[in-house]
Write a protein that binds this ligand. Sequence first.
Ligand code: NAD
Length: 364
Amino acid sequence: MQPDADLRQSTRGVFVYEAPASRVIFGINALDRLPREIERLGLKRALVLSTPQQQPLARTVAGLLGATCAGIFANAVMHVPVEIAHQARVEAARLGADCVVAAGGGSTIGLGKAIALQSGLPVVAVPTTYAGSEMTPIYGLTEAGRKVTGRDRRVLPKTVIYDPLLTLDLPPSVSVTSGFNAIAHAVEALYAEEPNPVTALMAEEGIRALVQGLPSLVEDPRDPDSRGHCLYGAWLCGAVLGTTGMAIHHKLCHVLGGTWNLPHADTHTIVLPHAMAYNYAAAPQAMARIARATGTTNAATGMFDLIKRLKAPTALGDIGMKHADLPRAASLAMSEPYYNPRPVTHEGIAKLLDDAFFGRRPVL
Ligand code: NAD
């Protein structure tokens, strides 16, 4: 029998797999374990973080923690403005907090990371979307409208508690785009500059779990099993984002989200099949794995069809992008070199963006 193609390719050179150091607690009612987990880390005063919309969750978490809760900071917003990060750090210091518990999506966890980056306080994450930030040492901060990202081990949460029950109220439309945001991490991990067989199997399994969970979640948003599938998939997809590099898809989404403030998960959903089509011929092994995980014969058109079937957005023109801004987006995406399996050209990006703007089904 032939060895697995990814393994054969990887073992011809040297491959590196660095496991993220987070401890994961996963399952229905896993949140109940939070006080034990805080105690296990030897922590005594937790500042609980949330968005204004998720204050009820923050209060539940605070109630569970009892005397171990130092206070609540419920001002997390998208893309972590430096002013909010500063306010949160001041509040943590004022309350004598020795850790933060970030309960929410990527925005809240991003705030926890921003606190950790400068204060060194450990983060315990309780994710409620599928964005996957809790599994990565990647942080982002926005100053004067410009988002900068970086990697730092200090921001990686020490413990992550995944409780599918906390995602039951995530609206189906948001759940679907959040799920494609997660799938995008796994797709790019499969054709990353330094792929490895361990990451590849996690990525494929992550995509498979989400592709299985998302349609049933749309049918019954309060089904804990579908939610569990999606959260499990999000965990794996976030983990591979944390251990590998990114390519054209993430670069474009970063440019579009950062410059035109487009909604994060929607942008990922729309761009994904086009980025896959762009790299299709240059990454045959990755595409074969994705096709297997999604149960399709063509990974890129199959992804587009699934997005459409789940009624998620398919056109940048529908989420606030202007056609006249596409040339600038293409120039920005070309401004710094980065790895991509197929060489990145201005014409190639311009066509990709035009297709994504109108929501055309990719043609390979
Ligand atoms: P989000 O955290 O901004 O949440 C979106 C909205 O949904 C918020 O209003 C929030 O309060 C609400 N919400 C969250 N969970 C809910 C639930 N279970 N029920 C009801 N409402 C809920 O969105 P997101 O997509 O999770 O995160 C996006 C941010 O995360 C972006 O800034 C992105 O750059 C960042 N991100 C970072 C990484 C990383 O590795 N650093 C990875 C992915 C995303």
